[in-house]
Design a binder for this molecule. Structure first.
Ligand code: FMN
Length: 457
């Protein structure tokens, strides 16, 4: 399913609202989009002041929306860990992309000299943002080390009529590609697609292991190959059914600062290279995708894929040293805790020292390119009678079973941007000597008594 098919599907289900009045891309559009997301609606802006195109946002805001976009039943990922398993299987058995001679994204070709970024409905989101941003750009770049095309979401500050920047975090593969080209003094061309298939957006956001093509993982996720066409001004292959493709040459000698409202609801400052637009291609009736910046649902939901293997990785590594660890839950929901998440570990502990050892082991881990202490704000260890997927239950354990000061620890983390921050460890397990007194009230065989059956009789 391509991007516009999912948008149509949402509209037919009553999950999309249309705004027919002209809106200003500066603040007005983001203010409305944030409200639409809060109502669980995708939002189509038909007229945007100064722009030639309509825009849509709030599309891939939930795992259920992803199932629709992947053509799966909406309860496909209801079981714990099923999404992580589905992506892991797609990584293990990628489906190779196929090449087409042309596609809808080639309907209209605008050559570099005729490009004017003002025609794109890229919003100014927040008062402290340094630029208007293209927020749903999926970037394609040839990786000189693996020989594969690297794909990821990168936001594009708009600098001028033909100038943008392609913003990369310090640890991204694209930053490594920048560094390689800079060292070698070679020219770097990139293509940024907007409005790509849901499968490709999921693969772009996920941290796919190096050497495996994100595009082929997307093919496996949608159980059909992605169709690619060659760019107009480079050999980069881009999705034939995208809404837009922006082709750029990156100037690795000229870097600019940009400030954006970030994923966890703080501003973030990045320095990234200036890029000149060589061409823009788009569908005849192209629909621009805007992902609400900051702590928006679509941004946060897709962003959580960065760590889709985190739970499994932590569990595997803990099992080596702590075979009595039962399960792990890694929660990256910024709505709950800002930028940083929480790891909850269920353990049938053998000593009162073990939870603290587990907390230290978790904070010392590195997941992909991220130190755990950068990603996680809290590590909570609980007994096996606590549901690690239920926040209230975990909070109950902290409130009820952290009874000695020694069960709480603070860890200083230096790995983030700028200042150090404090991370917390909670041993929320009942001390072994007090297990019996601290047990939870339970109703024997409660599951036998199904309220619905009693109501029918
Ligand atoms: C909506 C959205 C916007 C993102 N913007 C950026 C960005 O501007 N720069 C960046 O480095 N990563 C950004 N990310 C995260 C990357 O897309 C993600 O980490 C991806 O795996 C990076 O790919 P790479 O390591 O192959 O370059 C964004 C993710 C989402 C979902």
């Amino acid at each position: 399913m391509n991007f516009r098919d999912l948008v149509s599907e949402l509209e037919s289900r009553g999950d999309l609202i249309r705004i027919r009045k002209a809106v200003n891309p500066e603040y007005e559009l983001p203010a409305l989009l944030a409200q639409a997301e809060a109502r669980d609606k995708a939002c189509w802006f038909e007229h945007i002041a100064g722009s030639d195109f309509p825009a849509v946002g709030g599309v891939l805001t939930s795992v259920q929306r992803w199932t629709l976009g992947l053509g799966l039943s909406t309860d496909r990922f209801a079981a714990p860990n099923s999404l992580e398993q589905y992506i892991t299987e797609a990584v293990a058995a990628p489906v190779a992309a196929i090449v087409a001679t042309t596609g809808p994204v080639c309907d209209v070709v605008i050559n570099g000299n005729d490009v004017d970024t003002a025609s794109l409905p890229a919003p100014l989101f927040f008062s402290g943002d340094s630029h208007r941003f293209i927020s749903a750009g999926v970037g394609f770049a040839q990786d000189p080390e693996t020989g594969k095309q690297n794909v990821g979401f990168y936001r594009l500050p708009i600098l001028d009529r033909r100038l943008v920047s392609v913003s990369t975090g310090p640890t991204s593969d694209l930053r490594r590609i920048y560094n390689l080209h800079r060292e070698r003094g070679t020219k770097l061309q990139i293509a940024v697609a907007i409005g790509v298939a849901p499968s490709l957006q999921i693969a772009a956001a996920a941290d796919i292991p190096a050497g495996i093509a994100d595009i082929d993982v997307a093919g496996a996720l949608q159980r059909a190959p992605i169709e690619l066409v060659k760019c107009q001004t480079s050999d980069i292959m881009v999705p034939a059914d995208a809404e837009f493709v922006i082709e750029v040459t990156v100037d690795l000698e000229t870097w600019v600062d940009n400030t954006m409202g970030e994923y966890g609801d703080q501003y973030g400052k990045t320095t990234s290279p200036v890029a000149t637009i060589d061409a823009i291609t788009h569908r005849r009736d192209a629909l621009f995708h805007v992902i609400m910046a900051g702590m928006g649902r679509e941004h946060n939901q897709l962003g959580s894929l960065m760590a889709y293997r985190m739970r499994a990785t932590i569990l595997e590594r803990l099992h080596d040293r702590h075979p009595n660890v039962r399960d792990v839950f890694a929660d990256m929901t910024p709505r709950r805790m800002g930028m940083r998440g929480q790891v909850a570990v269920s353990v049938d502990k053998t000593s009162d020292n073990q939870p603290d050892a587990i907390i230290n082991d978790v904070f010392a881990m590195q997941i992909g390119r991220f130190p755990m202490s950068m990603l996680m704000q809290r590590v909570v260890i609980v007994d096996t009678d606590v549901d690690i997927r239920d926040h209230q239950d975990v909070e109950w354990a902290i409130a009820s079973r952290t009874i000695h000061a020694s069960q709480f620890s603070a860890h200083e983390d230096q790995t983030g941007r700028g200042a150090s921050v404090i991370r917390f460890g909670f041993d929320a397990t009942a001390p072994l000597a007090q297990r019996t007194v601290m047990r939870r009230p339970d109703i024997p065989s409660a599951e036998q008594y199904d309220l619905d059956r009693y109501l029918q009789d």
